[in-house]
Each structure stands twice: as C-alpha cells, then as structure tokens.
Design a protein around this ligand. Structure first.
Ligand code: ADP
Ligand code: MG
Length: 254
C-alpha cells in the first residue's frame, strides 16, 4: 500500500509519581501521500502525544512508525532531527517565532540550517511563500508589528521553507478568531492541493470539516476514521460536510 506514514501498535507511556500512564494505546494508522487528515477527540485523549510520536518529536515507548520507508525507532536523535528539518514542517497553536529576529529571518533560519540553496535563493523562496500566504508587506517587520493571524501565516511559511513532505499542525487555528481561522484553513487547503500531506489536530468541527479525513481519538486509541473527501473550492459545500461530521462525532459518542 502506498503510504507516507504508517504507525503500528504505537504505545506511549508516561511514568508520573512512579505510576505508569498509557497515553497511546496500540495506535495503528496509515497516511497516504497527499492526504489532508485531521485528528479530533476529547481533551486529554492523546492527540498531541500522537502527533509528537509519529513525527519523532517525542520518543515512542514501543511499536513502529515508518515515515517514507524509514523506521523512526531506529534513528538516533541527531538523525531524527535532520529528517525532521528536511522532510517535516510544524505549526503550533502557540506561535513561537523568535522575538529578536524579523519576520523573514524567522522564516529562513531553518533553511539556512538545512543549507537548502544559497541565501539569495532561500530569501527569494521565503518572499514567494509570504506572497502566497498574503503577508508580503511584513517581510521587513519584526514580530511585534503583526496580528495573530499574520504571525500564524509566517509560522506556516517557516514550516514550508524546506519544502517538507508533510506538515503537522497542533491546533493551528486554536488561538485565532473564526475569520483568521478560515483564512488559515484556506492556506492549508492550497498547500495540500500542491501535494503536501497535512495532518492537523483540532477541536473545531468547522476546521475538521475542511479536511479530507477525520480520525477520532478516545483514551489513547483511534476509535474512528471518517472519510469526507477533499473540499473542492473554498467553503462551497461546507455546511453539509460539517453536518455529516457532527452526526458522525455524535455517533462516536462525543
Ligand atoms: P490532547 O492533545 O488530546 O488534549 P495530550 O496528548 O496532550 O492530549 O495528553 C494526553 C494525556 O497524556 C493527558 O492525560 C496528559 O496529562 C498526559 N501527558 C501528556 N504529556 C505528558 C508528559 N510529558 N508527562 C506526563 N503525562 C503527560
Ligand atoms: Mg493537545
């Protein structure tokens, strides 16, 4: 089967006060190249932990995660961070841009690290990304001169600068108003349309309804996998998708 990412019997256990807590309980999943997937589920169900473990940001306790043919459990920390730098992009709810750098500098820094072209080429690509996400005018600003929505666009540019195969987002619209959230989802849709695989954790039915496939987690397990199909043009059939998704979530016991 054609997969970009496959987890098998993935477990993550934390030990807190000498007691073991199983946060991921034998999770298996497969993501195809080009898919646009969201992960929903109650708070504490393990969504963020899933994202961190399948992206190698955290070390799984047992099981297997294969990303583009590479078993993550076999990689050293150094090898894992190189793979992440070149092949994965991350967008978080908390926008952690560096305060003492300008916006464009924040976007290019990981491409300089990856030596992805000359500085001139990298800066040029950063400006293309800023144009694509509608923040061209901010290139020379520092981050105190931008709104939350604009900063999240900059964070998306940063995630895209090394042309990753997959973007992971942990509640990337969670701190935004609904208009900015819609705009950010439109950017994600555009990125996905150009071929990048995307996996987003979200609480928001409106956000999940814009993705292609919704995974539902309860107590560290994936309890449901719902296929909505790709959203074709911005917002066209979205109410119907939201209703279908909501109906399914209710059936799943949310
Ligand atoms: P979600 O993102 O679905 O809200 P999380 O993945 O953040 O859930 O957390 C799932 C469970 O794992 C929670 O009960 C949380 O307290 C626990 N957990 C997360 N990170 C740690 C950690 N570093 N140490 C101990 N427990 C943790
Ligand atoms: Mg979380």
């Amino acid at each position: 089967m054609n997969t970009i990412l496959a987890a098998k019997d993935l477990c993550k256990t934390y030990v807190v006060n000498k007691r073991e807590q199983t946060v991921l309980n034998n999770v298996s999943l497969q993501i195809k190249p080009g898919e646009f997937v969201s992960v929903m589920g109650p708070s504490g169900s393990g969504k963020s932990t899933l994202l961190y473990n399948i992206s190698g940001m955290d070390k799984m306790t047992s099981g297997s995660v294969v990303f583009k043919g590479t078993e993550l459990a076999d990689l050293s920390e150094k090898e894992m961070s190189v793979l992440r730098l070149h092949k994965m992009g991350f967008v978080f709810q908390q926008i952690n841009l560096l305060k003492n750098l300008g916006i464009i500098d924040n976007i290019v820094v990981s491409a300089y690290m990856a030596k992805n072209g000359s500085r001139k080429e990298i800066n040029q690509f950063a400006r293309e990304l800023m144009a694509r996400t509608g923040i061209s005018e901010l290139a020379d600003n520092d981050i105190t001169q931008a709104s939350g929505g604009q900063l999240q666009r900059a964070a998306i540019c940063r995630a895209l600068i090394n042309k990753p195969d997959i973007i992971f987002g942990d509640e990337p619209t969670g701190a935004l108003n609904s208009k900015s959230a819609n705009e950010i989802m439109e950017i994600f849709r555009d990125i996905n349309e150009s071929g990048t695989t995307i996996m987003l954790v979200t609480h928001d039915v409106k956000v999940a309804a814009k993705t292609e496939r919704v995974l539902f987690m309860i107590d560290g397990r994936i309890e449901g996998d719902y296929y909505l199909g790709k959203l074709q043009a911005a917002n066209n059939d979205n109410i119907e998708r939201e209703q279908k998704l909501l109906q399914w979530l209710l059936e799943m016991g949310w």
